[in-house]
Ligand binder design. Structure first.
Ligand code: NAD
Ligand code: WQD
Length: 339
């Protein structure tokens, strides 16, 4: 019998791509999402791509009673916990909202897992937990020191999960620290659909390319990097999704508690991404160099060794494929899922 895995926040960007890869790997997938930043249509499209129906519940993870009903009805055997708020700038403006939301969601999930005796958890953490003083290469044992409330919620959720694992023999967890997920499934049917003005580089560039925005503002051209622009470890979202499958396979066979980076181990600058996107789309990306964005650092990327050694996973797609797939999604769906 395949294990039934609950994806909280599975109608979002990373969740929908992970649902697809998990179904392809033979898992049965159940999604609980309150649709605050996700779309039911993303799952319709995953169903189209896989030919498999996904059990979907429009539910808030903070609502423990609703969550427990799902565990009972679907006989959940493990959880991937994506659900949460993720906008760094908004977290600085509304810190209490972020602490309340992200901590409550994780606490209520852990309580329900304990009550139902479910012991396998994969958690969406972030490279933003690391102390920027350790940049540019982050290894998992680097000191942690987030610089914004969003990052602190990830730090605190990691702590809470580890403490729960220490207290409960049957609970095991992998804390996956994502670097910069970008791109879309190669079909162009699912992808990132940000609401409002995109905060992140790749969706912003995509919207410039498709004519929804006039030009890109490059946040800083005077960093101590070869071309003066910021360097990040961009990872194709389908590679990231396969990383979750590898993590789940591993955790089910080897119960443990550990943190693992999911990145490529390579950094690219903003201008390298712009040039790669121009090549992939055949469209010019007008840009203007602006001031640095507050809270940004010059450069960081993952040490991706642990994921390779422990999970047998590594990223396959390079920047040109990330841009080609982001462009396919954007040009096939210029208004996202709704239009
Ligand atoms: P997303 O916003 O597209 O997906 C999150 C999903 O969770 C959305 O569908 C939203 O509707 C849902 N959700 C939010 N709060 C909920 C709640 N209380 N109950 C039920 N559903 C809820 O974001 P994403 O980019 O797919 O990110 C997924 C996870 O990965 C998040 O936890 C995020 O913090 C983390 N992460 C994302 C990135 C990134 O750059 N995208 C990087 C590192 C970590
Ligand atoms: C990438 C580079 C910008 C937009 C964020 C979160 C992090 C994680 C991933 C969740 C930087 C530059 C961007 C623009 C630009 N999310 N840029 N013009 O900031 O590395 O990481 O997303 O966990 O926590 O902080 O990603 O895509 O915003 O920026 O020049 O319009 O692109 O300065 O160098 P970031 P990003």
């Amino acid at each position: 019998m395949p294990k039934t895995i609950l994806l909280t926040g599975g109608a979002g960007y990373i969740g929908s791509h992970t649902a697809l890869e998990m179904i392809r790997a033979g898992y049965e997938v159940v999604v609980a999402d309150n649709l605050s930043n996700g779309s039911r249509e993303s799952l319709n499209r995953v169903e189209r791509l896989t030919g498999v129906r996904i059990r979907f519940y429009q539910a808030d993870v903070r609502d423990a009673r609703a969550l427990e009903d799902i565990f009972i009805e679907c006989d959940i055997g493990g959880v991937v916990h994506f659900a949460g708020l993720k906008a760094v700038g908004e977290s600085v403006e509304k810190p209490l909202l972020y602490y309340r939301h992200n901590l409550d969601a994780t606490l209520s999930l852990l309580e329900v897992m304990a009550r139902r005796g479910v012991g396998t958890l994969i958690f969406s953490s972030s490279a933003t937990v690391y102390d920027p003083a350790c940049a540019p290469v982050y290894t998992e044992d680097a000191p942690l020191k987030p610089v914004n409330p969003y990052g602190w919620t990830k730090f605190m959720c990691e702590r809470i999960i580890k403490d729960a694992c220490a207290a409960e023999k049957g609970l095991s967890a992998l804390l996956l620290r994502y670097f910069n997920p970008v791109g879309a499934h190669e079909s162009g049917l699912i992808g990132e659909d940000p609401r409002g003005v995109p905060n992140n580089l790749m969706p912003y560039i995509s919207q410039v390319a498709v004519g929804r925005r006039e030009y890109l503002t490059v946040h800083g051209g005077d960093y101590p990097t070869p071309d003066g622009t910021g360097i990040r470890d961009y990872i194709h979202v389908s590679d990231l999704a396969r990383g979750h499958v590898a993590a789940l396979d591993f955790l089910l066979a080897n119960p443990c508690v550990d943190e693992i980076n999911l990145g490529t181990g390579r950094g690219c600058s903003v201008l390298e991404v712009v040039k790669a996107f121009e090549r992939a789309s055949g469209r010019p990306i007008p840009y203007r160099i602006g001031p640095r964005r507050s809270g940004d650092i010059a450069a960081f990327w993952a040490d991706a060794t642990k994921a390779r050694k422990k999970l047998g996973w590594e990223a396959r797609h390079d920047l040109s494929e990330m841009c080609a797939d982001a462009w396919r999604w954007q040009s096939m769906n210029p208004g996202g899922y709704e239009l």
